[in-house]
Design a protein around this ligand. Structure first.
Ligand SMILES: [Fe+2]
Ligand SMILES: [Fe+2]
Length: 431
């Protein structure tokens, strides 16, 4: 028998199936934890820009993580275990990043540590792996690398909007960032090689802000339109309806914050599929919010003229997560029936932009209705509760009561203030 063989030393053969799966699993675990951390910070970010533009990144990361996860399963078939193993140190470091002293520090950690590390690792992987044997990975990882590059650019624009005004806050952030960078380096960074264990000081437990931070020059109120606190004030028709609808969209910032809170709080319990759905959910709500803001700006309004409220988010404070989820489900979908009517009305008014926004919003809301039903049922199932239609009615009823209770606390001064704000807006556009 001949001992002569054809040569097989080729760069393409560098990684076998197992090596590849180990690296892709590491990327998945880091992306997953980053999605949870980014979501948890949404209510605590002080700027409207950061709060409403970050969900896009978070959704991209969740999509990429999902592709990575599926690819690991393919490569390891029939094994569907995703053991953490040596990568625990990286997960702990991402968790540690969540314990940032403020939003500025958190976003800077994303922009200078995590996103560049992922970008570099993806590029290294794409350079060393094999586009023939491992072709399916290339499509989504090339996209992810491009997205990470864009995210770093966006984060650099958002960071200045979250700067702390006081010197002490800035110093705290700088010291914390230097420490994180050092620990990350000690762990060997994020690479194709396994990380090195590092000692991390115990962090204070992080939980998303129950009182949302709201910066910017807006009119910071609890109740964002007079009809919320005064039954006699009409929702309106014509121009008043155009305005009310835009202010509603703009005020969906509460839904963005609430979805961020829920992703962080329920990720471990409801697991990966929930994280994927809820990432889309938060991204959609952020787009609805931007739709309203964009329309109001196109009509000539300045930030300081726009009312930004908190009352629905406030009504979830200290409540069971079941009601926070119920609130997102119910208060977002309760007007779904009226939306078709509004799409028609805006068409008759030749307000193509409001019509367009409502049209796309409607498509998103139909998806959210299924998310709401599915995840409320799963949460009840976790509590060993059989779900029946009456449970959904009960949750909805409690949510309505919680919001009503908030509305009852409106003071005379708040009612006068919101009427003045709305009056000014309406008179400005009435000419
Ligand atoms: Fe929405
Ligand atoms: Fe929604």
């Amino acid at each position: 028998m001949s001992t002569q063989y054809l040569p097989g030393a080729h760069k393409r053969g560098s990684f076998l199936r197992y090596d590849t799966a180990v690296m892709l699993k590491r990327f998945y675990l880091v992306e997953r934890q980053l999605v949870i951390s980014q979501a948890g910070w949404i209510p605590g970010l002080p700027s409207f820009e950061a709060k409403t533009l970050s969900p896009h990144m978070l959704w991209q990361d969740a999509q990429n993580a999902n592709s990575l996860r599926e690819r690991v399963f393919e490569l390891r078939f029939p094994n569907r275990m995703l053991e953490v193993g040596d990568d625990q140190v990286l997960i702990d470091l991402v968790r540690h990043s969540c314990a940032a002293p403020n939003g500025y520090a958190f976003l800077t950690a994303m922009a200078t540590v995590w996103k560049p590390a992922l970008l570099a690792a993806y590029r290294e992987y794409l350079d060393l792996a094999d586009e023939i044997g491992d072709g399916p990975t290339y499509r989504f990882l090339q996209l992810a690398a491009r997205e990470k590059e864009e995210q770093i650019g966006l984060l650099k624009q958002l960071i200045p909007t979250c700067e702390e005004a006081d010197e002490a806050g800035k110093r705290l952030a700088e010291a914390w960032l230097a420490d994180l960078a050092m620990k990350f380096q000690e762990a060997g960074g994020l690479s194709l090689d396994r990380p090195v264990p590092v000692q991390l000081a115990a962090d204070a437990a992080f939980s998303p802000a129950e009182v949302p931070r709201r910066g910017g020059a807006f009119q910071h109120v609890r109740f964002y339109w007079p009809d919320i606190v005064d039954d006699a004030f009409p929702y309106g028709e014509g121009l008043q309806l155009q305005m009310r609808s835009a202010v509603s969209h703009f005020n969906e910032v509460w839904a963005v914050e609430n979805a961020g809170f829920l992703i962080h709080a329920l990720a471990e319990q409801l697991e990966w599929e929930f994280i994927v759905d809820a990432s889309r959910w938060i991204y959609d709500e952020s787009r609805h919010c931007r739709m309203g803001y964009d329309r109001l700006k196109s009509w000539g309004f300045e930030d300081h003229e726009l009312p930004l409220g908190t009352y629905i988010y406030d009504s979830c404070r200290g409540q069971d997560l079941l009601y926070r989820l119920g609130m997102l489900f119910h208060f977002e979908s309760k007007n779904i029936g009226k939306k078709i009517e509004r799409i028609k009305s805006f068409g008759q008014m030749n307000d193509r932009l409001s019509q367009h926004d409502m049209d796309f919003d409607w498509a998103d809301e139909t998806i959210h209705t299924s998310y709401g039903t599915k995840w409320l049922a799963k949460l009840l199932e976790h509590r060993k509760q059989e779900t029946s239609t009456s449970d959904f009615f009960d949750i909805k009823r409690v949510c309505e009561q919680l919001v009503d209770k908030q509305v009852q606390t409106a003071t005379e001064a708040e009612i006068v203030a919101i009427k003045r704000i709305a009056g000014h807006m309406l008179s400005k556009v009435s000419g």
